[in-house]
Design a protein around this ligand. Structure first.
Ligand code: 5GP
Length: 140
């Protein structure tokens, strides 16, 4: 399987499509999922083109893991979460829908189930508010 440069996250990286950015460094970008499975659901992607874990370099994957670690801690504080779920899917059979590697970082409240994937498009207002909270926690 080859990397498709026109996937939606590649377009976000090139600035062709907007996103609710919460964090960026030389190697990674983190932004909110617009169809969150929990409030504050964020995605971490490498800037390097990689379809998934099967073609990314170990170093680029480590950069993504490092940023996911940072986002998870901030998300726990920002959303007063009881826990954090991190997921990463590979190829269609592995549950992947967008073919640029990403890690999901989802704040969890005790006893509250995740929404099904891509079941609810969140309002811009809620996404803006949640991005602001996460950005504040990241800088705190
Ligand atoms: P996966 O490929 O791991 O199954 O999930 C892809 C994720 O990307 C889903 O959670 C979906 O809600 C999210 N997603 C799909 N299109 C967009 C988009 O245009 N912007 C953002 N921020 N997230 C998206």
């Amino acid at each position: 399987m080859t990397y498709d440069t026109n996937n939606i996250f590649a377009k976000i990286l090139r600035g062709e499509i907007p996103c609710y950015k919460v964090y960026e460094d030389d190697h990674t970008l983190a932004f909110l999922d617009i169809m969150p499975r929990s409030p504050g659901h964020a995605l971490v992607i490498p800037k390097a083109p990689a379809r998934n874990i099967l073609d990314i370099s170990a170093d680029d994957f480590a950069h993504v893991a490092r940023t996911a670690h940072k986002i998870a801690g901030a998300a726990k504080r920002a959303f007063n979460a009881d826990g954090i779920t991190v997921q990463q899917f590979n190829e269609q059979a592995g549950g992947q829908a967008v073919f640029h590697l990403h890690m999901h970082v989802m704040p969890r409240s005790a006893g509250v189930a995740l929404l099904p994937p891509m079941s609810n498009k969140e309002s811009p207002k809620v996404l803006e508010d949640n991005a602001t909270r996460l950005i504040a926690a990241l800088s705190g």
